[in-house]
Design a protein around this ligand. Structure first.
Ligand SMILES: C[S@@+](CC[C@H](N)C(=O)[O-])C[C@H]1O[C@@H](n2cnc3c(N)ncnc32)[C@H](O)[C@@H]1O
Length: 137
């Protein structure tokens, strides 16, 4: 979700040993670059739509969206497994990532509501979420 130029998407595909990887981004120029980098990518605005699949990976995208709650809700409806990495609001964060980083409390509220039982881990200025409908071991 929000694959950008596709480089991290490709790495994620290898890490998760995915049989098939698809990328989605709102900017056609980035989708073109992702395709050039070997990702089967297409244009999609995640504010208005959500693809379907097995494992959704969202790396640094949620803080670019206005409708975050709707997006997480749709992900939980359309995927059985979810991996999210998000920057969390800190004083120094604006230097590193654009967009409007989410507050820790608000992020946990959304995860607990739509991805119940998910593992939430904090590392540096980021939060990592692992979710499976069958539970995470
Ligand atoms: C910080 S970049 C992360 C890109 C990629 N996940 C990575 O880590 O390399 C955020 C990405 O979200 C995409 N994005 C922002 N708003 C979006 C939207 N409404 N629908 C789909 N993608 C969006 C941007 O185009 C950008 O590629």
């Amino acid at each position: 979700m929000g694959c950008g130029d596709g480089r991290i998407t490709k790495e994620m595909g290898q890490i998760f040993k995915a049989k098939k990887v698809r990328g989605f981004d709102v900017y056609p120029s980035l989708v073109k670059r992702a395709c050039h980098n070997g990702v089967d990518a297409c244009v999609m605005d995640l504010e208005n739509g959500m693809p379907r699949g097995e494992l959704a990976v969202m790396w640094g995208v949620l803080h670019h969206l206005k409708e975050r709650e709707t997006c997480i809700k749709r992900i939980s409806e359309n995927y059985s497994m979810v991996f999210i990495r998000e920057p969390i609001k800190t004083i120094s964060l604006k230097v590193f990532e654009m967009g409007d980083p989410i507050e820790k409390e608000e992020f946990e509220r959304l995860v607990n509501k739509y991805l119940p039982g998910a593992q939430i881990l904090y590392y540096s200025f980021c939060v990592f979420v692992f979710y499976s409908k069958n539970g995470v071991s």
